[in-house]
Ligand binder design. Structure first.
Ligand code: ADP
Ligand code: MG
Length: 298
């Protein structure tokens, strides 16, 4: 049966009813749903297993889904979408999650053209909390982008809007063993790929948590100016990323503080070793609100 409003799924003794569609990804459709036993409103990511094989090797795709479930089951944090349970039927895979009602950060940025620095900082600090937590649990997200950051709620503030966000979509994330960086596959969304991710197969190398700081840099860039740092327009996308050729001049960057730009620069560094760490982000003047030291001291 197809998934449609009113359709039911789940085990006999714990059924759910599908509501309106909330979003979709390459292999998934996400709906609101209601748990019949208590009427709780939740979200469900549905994956059509018959369509999944069109996206590549079936076993690999299924492995990814299992890994997404496995990783989410281990993560419990206010800034990370909470998995409630999951259910497999013959043709469908259901990930039942908390409902994050405010839509994608992507749409908030598009609607507003860009966010002001206070708004961006409020979100960025929450992302640092979430990313810090997952890294401390040995999980790299690898697909941080405004489409995978969901708005839980927002409230007005004298200087703008305070958006509370949660990180979603652990479909490409990776659990790494203590200390060693074992992530060797090229995954993610091209616009946000870190250079070492682009080249990982060619160099046979590996990469680690630093890839998420590149992602955070790209998200920060988009929040501040409403454009992708790398768009493949004037140069091929891969070349732009490998050389970190992004531009922070022009009218969209006018009036944006030097501190904000310096944080973007520190995150979008080609070599993962040079990239800012969690600690360095937390101590960065743009995050702490401390005045920037004169350039010669940086
Ligand atoms: P994919 O792995 O296919 O990209 P995602 O997990 O990113 O799937 O979900 C696709 C979209 O569905 C998201 O970008 C978002 O718009 C919406 N979505 C996902 N999870 C939730 C949720 N828990 N609450 C509300 N909307 C969600
Ligand atoms: Mg997604």
């Amino acid at each position: 049966a197809e998934i449609a409003i009113g359709a039911r799924f789940g085990p006999q003794d714990d059924q759910y009813e599908i509501g309106k569609q909330l979003g979709h990804g390459a292999a998934s459709q996400v709906f609101s749903c209601r748990r019949l036993r208590d009427g709780e409103e939740l979200a469900v990511k549905t994956v059509d297993l018959r369509r999944l094989c069109l996206l590549g090797d079936m076993q690999e795709q299924l492995g990814r889904l299992d890994s997404e479930v496995g990783i989410l089951q281990e993560l419990h944090h206010e800034r990370i979408v909470n998995l409630q349970s999951f259910h497999k039927s013959e043709n469908w895979y259901f990930l039942i999650m908390e409902l994050v009602g405010g839509g994608e950060l992507f749409d908030v940025i598009v609607r507003n053209k860009s966010l002001n620095e206070m708004e961006a900082r409020h979100i960025f600090m929450q992302l640092l909390e979430g990313v810090g937590y997952m890294h401390s649990r040995g999980v790299i997200h690898r697909d941080l982008k405004p489409e995978n950051i969901l708005v839980a709620s927002s409230r007005p503030h004298a200087d703008g809007q305070l958006y509370d966000v949660k990180i979603a979509d652990f479909g490409l994330s990776k659990a790494i063993g203590g200390g060693a960086s074992l992530a060797r596959t090229r995954v993610g969304t091209p616009q946000y790929w870190a250079p070492e991710v682009l080249d990982v197969q060619k160099r046979g190398g590996s990469y680690d948590q630093a890839a998420d700081f590149w992602g955070l840099g790209a998200v920060l860039f988009v929040m501040l100016c409403g454009r992708y740092p790398f768009d493949g327009q004037k140069q091929p996308l891969d070349d732009q990323i490998r050389t970190a050729s992004y531009c922070m001049s022009g009218s969209r960057w006018r009036g944006i503080s030097e501190a904000a730009k310096s944080l973007v620069r520190g995150l979008l560094r080609v070599n993962p070793v040079d990239r800012l760490s969690l600690e360095e982000c937390l101590n960065h003047p743009w995050v702490t609100g401390q005045p920037m030291l004169p350039k010669t001291h940086l």
